[in-house]
Design a protein. Sequence first.
Length: 460
Amino acid sequence: MSRFTTQFFSYFDSLKRILKTLPLNLGGVSASGGGSGGPPGGFLGYLPQTQVAYDLTEASLSGWVEEGAVNASGVVVSGSLLDNLNHIRYRIEQIEPSGVNAGIAIYDGDELIATGITIVNFDDGLDVTQINVDKVRVTSTLDASGATTSGIYNEELTSQIPASGNLYTTSEIFLIESLIVHYNGLRQNLTEDYTEESDNQSFITVFSPVSGDELIVDYLISADGVVGSGGADSFLGLNDTPDSYVGESGKAPLVLSTEDGLDFEDIITPSGLAVELAIKSDVGHDHDDDYYTQVQISGFLDDKAENFLELDDTPSDYTGDASLVLVVNPEEDGIEFIPLSGTGWTVNHQWYVDGVLSTQTEVAGAFIVTEFHTIDYAYIYCKDLGTSGSTIIDVNINGTTIFTPQSGRPELAWDDSDKVARSDLLSGVEVYENDVVTIDIDQIAAGVRNLSVILRLLRP
């Protein structure tokens, strides 16, 4: 063998020893999107797939691969092909547990209809519109003789976390009791875990989400913006009437200056002048139109109530009520007929205290009296009554309580079914021009929130 040949094979043996010490590198570097790529190295020729070792553990890992994560020695610990596969396996298991497509569960209210559903097909009468990548709106196109409803599903409210007072707002007005809240993937219970606000576009959670939590909601909306659908159950549920009786005791529904609806207003009449005001039924009356000073309410009771008396919060008949006027009742949960004249009319003043209550004096500002009145009752209402105990308020005129003895103060128990309490009848309590009326919160129930206090005054 020549010297050249000997030297050549010596070089070749040295090269093989060097290659054996190099790691197998299939090319490229760890990075987002698969890395920058590069030529393979560390071996000669090509690598047959039958010679590649594979993972028998087939573990699954939650979370995400951190780009460029390394240990103290500078070795990438979460960017390997095996680590990527483990994360992929975890996500497949969420979709197909035990190798079977999990699908979704279909509920009708709280009743489970079917599970494992992978296709939902909306047939005739329903239109499906994609709002964004993870939200669709389903709208009924059928004539329902009322408001057409549609659904908002998977609306993301996580961006509102944390919210002041745990108050969250939806993008649309939702139908009453249709809101479904999902907290970190778990469905919450209405009333126990959250409550719908009266504006039907916000809700308050009992729990307190923190940054990193997830909050998603589903709900039904009305295509024409009406909170209810299919007609009205009550006077307040109509499209052109006020939406609350609170603070309106003794007031009457009057036509707005815009002439497109009704609102509650004080009626002030000159002393001694009797105003005859009646409600005329659209059927069954025995008098001509000149008999009435008319307030006709019609055209808004399509599906449920056929006439005014059939509503849940109105009088049940007209018998004996000729020439009477409609006002909000003292309990502020409906309307009633009362006589109207120049004397004996009532007015109200109301205080509001939002949020969690605490015992304090002169809360929610002062009421300055502008003319002589007498006071007969004070009312207390709390939207959230708390979990134990009771709430008591006091009323002061120029710093002195009007309740003697103090047992006459309105006291609202935490388990009161109608959430309203009234004081004992006040006799001989008078207020004059420039008197200052204030309220104190003397006692609170545990966890009580959102207080309303109404003082009923009689105008001479």
